[in-house]
Design a protein around this ligand. Structure first.
Ligand code: M6R
Length: 367
């Protein structure tokens, strides 16, 4: 049932070209450049009238929500707040019938997310669910939604469900931007064309980088701590990379916005600290290059996720993991893949049960 893979996690990482394709299938028509999402169409009037969108989620799904904040604000010009469901539900937030809440959940059963939207619904908010498990509690409670179509995810650490969430959130953002008229045609065309290329690009990463990442993992499997840094669209990916490493390898890892490093975490840097930079070519590239130089000047070890052909970061870094060049808004769907593999191989090298890490459950149905 693991399809020849040693673990479900590795199988699920390798399924991503197909699962991302499945998330886009029947929705994104790359030739016509149209997006069909009946859930968005159903609440289009609410979305058009909304002053803000609140995204509620936990864990990896929260990271998908955080990236969606960057994307929706950029493309749709709607305020977005991203909330940890547990904090949101307990702090008596101000919610009105003009609010649209997006709940993101793989299982659709996470207790905090479920109660958060139950409360918001009672106060008149419209709930849009982005859920993987069909017919789950969050899916049933939602007024509208879009399933992620990643298929069953067995590994406790979320991989393919995360990229499916991102794929759907991109579609939602593009669709809403189109309805609101906040996106230029050229950008819309470029982003939908690039989104359609993602399954093929993810396959290329898996084919070309797997052996390289195994070797990188072997070098750093004994590290005690890791730092993950990224800026802009890649900041949520830094957080996700760190979470994945913690879960699978029990190595302490922290994700930070790269520029925040100077405000504290840089004190940790010495020759024993691997720092993972999510440094694909984007509008922040020069800035992240100088952040890398700052780490190197303090003898930190730099592992970087780079775009193909980036000789600047490649020369600076101790190790690189390469992804194809794509529009910066879509790039996180590629840059997360090497980080999933890195955590997996480090966990395996440490002899751990990567499919069922200690103390974790696949879905947290108690608060
Ligand atoms: O099923 P959900 O997406 O609501 O679950 C949320 C989190 O519990 C989940 O993402 C958790 O953080 C995973 N272990 C991450 O790998």
């Amino acid at each position: 049932e693991k399809g020849g893979f040693d673990h479900f996690m590795l199988k699920e990482i390798f399924e991503q070209p197909q699962t991302i394709f499945d998330s886009l299938r029947g929705r994104l028509d790359a030739v016509q450049q149209t997006i069909t999402l009946s859930g968005v169409e159903k609440i289009a009037d609410k979305l058009l009238a909304a002053d803000r969108i609140i995204i509620v989620a936990c864990g990896t799904s929260w990271h998908a929500g955080l990236l969606a904040e960057y994307v929706i604000e950029e493309l749709c010009r709607i305020n977005v707040e991203v909330e940890y469901a547990s904090e949101f539900r307990y702090r008596n937030p101000i919610i009105t019938d003009k609010d649209v809440i997006i709940a993101v959940s793989q299982s659709g059963e996470t207790a905090d997310t479920l109660v958060a939207i139950e409360n918001a619904k009672k106060q008149g908010a419209t709930i849009f669910g982005i859920v993987n498990v069909v017919g789950s509690s969050i899916a049933r409670l939602s007024d509208a939604g879009a399933y992620t179509h990643a298929g069953p995810e067995i590994g406790v650490a979320s991989t393919k469900a995360f990229t499916a969430q991102l794929a759907v959130l991109y579609l939602v953002a593009l669709k809403v931007a189109r309805i609101k008229g906040t996106i230029e045609d050229t950008l819309y065309d470029r982003l939908s064309a690039d989104l359609a290329k993602v399954p093929e690009y993810v396959q290329q990463i898996l084919d070309k980088q797997d052996m390289i990442i195994r070797a990188v993992a072997a070098k750093y499997s004994d590290a005690r701590d890791f730092l993950y840094l990224g800026r802009g669209y890649n900041f949520p990916i830094a957080l996700e990379g760190a979470l994945k490493l913690k879960e699978i390898s029990y190595i302490h890892a922290e994700g930070y916005p790269a520029a925040e490093m100077k405000h504290g975490p840089i004190a940790l840097v010495d020759e024993n600290l691997p720092v993972v930079f999510v440094a694909t070519k984007d509008s922040y590239h020069e800035k992240i290059v100088s952040n890398i130089q700052e780490i190197k000047a303090r003898k930190g070890k730099v592992i970087a996720v780079v775009s193909e052909g980036d000789s600047v970061v490649t020369d600076l870094a101790d190790d690189v993991m390469t992804v194809p060049q794509i529009h910066e808004i879509i790039a996180p769907l590629l840059s997360v893949i090497p980080l999933q593999l890195l955590s997996y191989y480090i966990g395996v090298n440490r002899g751990l049960d990567v499919d069922k890490p200690r103390n974790l459950a696949k879905s947290v149905t108690v608060e």
